[in-house]
Structures are given as C-alpha cells and as structure tokens.
Design a protein. Structure first.
Length: 134
C-alpha cells in the first residue's frame, strides 16, 4: 500500500502501527472489542518485550526496535533512549487508541488518531537537529 512506503525509520515505526490500525478497522470495532478485554493479558507487553506465552505485540515490538535502532544509529533520536521503553510505550499508545476507537463504536478514525498521537510521541524523542536539515 503506497501510504506505508516511507524510507525514514521513524516514519516506518508510525507506519507499522497505522497499518495495524487499518487492519483493526477492516475487522470492525465489534470484533476488535471482543479481543480488547481487560482479561486479555496478551495485550500487555512486559519489559524486554518477551515473556512466556504468545503476546499480541511481540512482532510490532520487534519491528519497532529494529527501526528505532536504525534511527538511533543515524542520530535521529536522543542517544540515551532505552529502546525497550520506547517500543513498549508505542504498544501502550496503540492499546489506548484502539480502546477509544472501540468505545466510540468506530466513530473516530483509528488510523488518523494513531498517526497524530504517534507523530507527537516520535517528535518528542527526536534530536533537536533532526528537522533542521529538512
């Protein structure tokens, strides 16, 4: 899909979650609401991103770590960031957007909300010099 073809590793991070939001939207909020139970402990990603059992976010977490590491290597984000913490916060943000989309009964645009909130968060971890050359 052309809207998910960014070369910037930070944009790719946002694209991963926007793509998942699009998937959720295609399944419908009724279906996703059943999955988004407070008793579905697979939605919680523990520190380190892995634990026994299948966690819903493990693939997203691992892809996020890959692109965040590229961003760190390219000096796009703050060098002292703990990428595990950042990747887990992205999963928490995704859970929050998805939950609010479910309780709005699909009235909000899940993809737009993901893009806006993730952009705000990603901007907060960028090096101040990141946007100057653009």
């Amino acid at each position: 899909h052309h809207q998910f073809q960014s070369l910037d590793p930070l944009e790719k991070v946002i694209d991963i979650y926007a793509c998942c939001g699009l998937y959720n939207d295609s399944k419908g909020y009724e279906f996703i609401s059943g999955f988004y139970s407070s008793h579905n402990y697979g939605l919680y990603l523990p520190p380190g991103g892995r634990a026994e059992g299948a966690y819903a976010f493990t693939p997203l977490y691992e892809e996020s770590i890959t692109y965040l590491a590229q961003a760190k290597e390219n000096k796009l984000i703050q060098p002292d960031l703990d990428l595990d913490v950042v990747a887990r916060k992205l999963c928490f943000l995704f859970n929050g957007v998805t939950y609010n989309w479910c309780i709005s009964q699909g009235q909000i645009s899940i993809v737009n909300e993901i893009r806006e909130l993730f952009d705000l968060y990603i901007n907060s971890i960028k090096l101040k010099t990141y946007n100057q050359g653009r």
